[in-house]
Design a protein around this ligand. Structure first.
Ligand code: ZN
Length: 310
């Protein structure tokens, strides 16, 4: 070693095991929330400890070498809690590195809580009109613009139904046909826009060792029906491409629901010899390219709105 380098002591002179300790201290928590959506189960349940001190992610951008050493620790050792996958879907399309990173996540928590649907619905109803107007008046005319507007109108009418009763109060039974229709519409929305979407994304993306599922509040919006025994089969991509999680823990299911959940997972094991239609919904996949264009347009307009509101 020459004399002019001998006196230089840097972070990287520390033994790897010490550097890893530092990374863990900064980056590993009991639970990491995939924002912007954190389940109401954490916000509204005072008996659960809600940690606001998240991992210190700025550490990852201090140097290339730190990123290379610390990122796998962050991704493989934390449990990530995910409610809604749209931000991740958009990021995955745009940044290949995000996709590579997501594939390193090994532990995931999925909470199915009807209050998250109620929140999402309100958020969409509040923001959709602006988004629609923005596209209508600023985007140049194209078939993607027309498709996006059509899709937003569809979304608006899907969500623009009321009949939500506070599920934490006593359950209310839908009595007349109209109520029943509204009730079923909300369940369809839960499938299409929230839990079915998230499960589709999760099955396509992750190779998990541990999956934690919480179905304690997995009910319709009125609390009159439990959905725990069907929710794990929602989504248009049916199998776990990278294999089933090694261990699945389910919280809040009855014995009967557990049996259904277990057999649902068995049926989602990816193996050679599956027919295409056993893997995904063919009709839905045909639309995938159109969806991509539509998502790109939505994303740019939404970004514009967010920046102006900051
Ligand atoms: Zn119900």
């Amino acid at each position: 070693m020459s004399s002019n380098t001998r006196t230089t002591l840097t972070f990287f002179n520390l033994p790897v095991s010490v550097r890893e300790k530092i990374y863990r201290y900064a980056l590993v928590r009991k639970l990491v929330f995939i924002r912007p959506f954190v389940s109401m189960a954490y916000f509204q349940d005072s008996s659960r400890k809600f940690h606001t001190d998240g991992p210190i992610l700025s550490l990852l951008s201090t140097s290339k070498q730190i990123y290379k050493e610390a990122m796998p620790i962050y991704l493989t050792e934390n449990i990530f809690s995910i409610v809604h996958s749209d931000m991740l879907t958009a990021a995955r399309l745009e940044y290949p590195r995000v996709f590579e990173n997501l594939k390193l996540i090994r532990r995931l928590e999925l909470i199915f809580d009807s209050r998250d649907y109620v929140y999402l619905r309100q958020f969409i109803l509040d923001n959709l009109p602006n988004l629609r107007a923005e596209i209508e008046f600023t985007a140049p005319d194209s078939k993607h613009k027309r498709a996006a507007l059509e899709r937003l109108d569809e979304m608006c009418s899907d969500f623009d139904v009321d009949g939500i009763h506070d599920a934490s109060q006593s359950p209310r039974h839908a009595s007349v046909d109209e109520d029943q229709e509204t009730h079923d519409r909300h369940i369809e929305n839960m499938k299409d826009y929230l839990w079915g979407r998230t499960l589709t994304f999760v099955r396509q993306t992750f190779r998990l060792t541990h999956l934690y599922v919480d179905v304690r509040a997995c009910t319709c919006v009125n609390g009159c029906c439990r959905l725990a025994d069907e929710v794990m089969s929602w989504g248009w991509f049916y199998v776990w491409v990278h294999g089933l999680p090694d261990e699945i823990q389910v919280r809040g299911a009855s014995k009967q629901e557990m049996d259904v959940i277990a057999s649902t997972f068995d049926g989602q094991l990816f193996h050679e010899g599956l027919e295409k239609e056993e893997i995904y919904d063919l009709e839905r996949a045909e639309d995938a390219h159109g969806f991509k264009q539509y998502n790109a347009l939505l994303k740019s307009v939404r970004q514009g709105i967010i920046e102006r509101n900051l």
